[in-house]
Design a protein around this ligand. Sequence first.
Ligand code: 5RP
Length: 241
Amino acid sequence: MSGPDFAALKRAAAARALEFVHDGMTLGLGTGSTAEVFLELLAARVRGGLKVIGAATSECTAARARSLGIPTASIEELAPLDITVDGADEADRELNLIKGGGGALLREKIVASNSRRMVVIADRSKLVDRLGRFALPIEVTSFGHTVTAARIQQMAQDLGYLGLLPALRISEGASFLTDGGNVIYDCSFGTITDARALGRALKAITGVVEHGLFIGLANTLLIAQSSTEVEVLKPVAIRDA
Ligand code: 5RP
């Protein structure tokens, strides 16, 4: 028996996100394989006459958008953006996310924070009851990064996340460097009991630039359950409005 066709699921979620895009909008363009499918579908609409302009969340996305013919400008020129469409490594039903698997978490958070709306696209494997199955990416300045990692480890222990060993992300035999020239530690906290508290504690450590917890940023989560069914989730406040 063959497994799920994740390419088809990503395409379904990306296609659904296009319904949120209208002529004249400014867009935050996400990073990762799901966001890239969105770019490809968006490019087809641009070729058909749709007028949009995007701010990319990574150098990789900026290059891909340009090669596809999607007009781009900087976040400084475009903010506040109408809508950001981005993927996620994990999402819960309250629309809390873990992001940064592709290493773009800092720019992704800046762009999402400067958008009126964030639409997250993902296949069903990303939906979890509680965040923490995916190791949390934490972006740290290169200077002194090992001592910063030791402080992250100590903080985790103080909060009751026992046994955490921050893992320096390696790419092609060297430290992975973000677009901002920082390194990333992937941190397996296990089930995250209080994401806001953990996010605050991480930001309080000097040397931590950003973490991949996106709390209260997403407005809409599009989860492809199959190639033809996309579940639309909204945060409680919006659901009740
Ligand atoms: C990049 C990200 C991506 O959105 C996340 O890693 C999901 O990627 P993919 O769609 O390839 O699974 O946060 O920093």
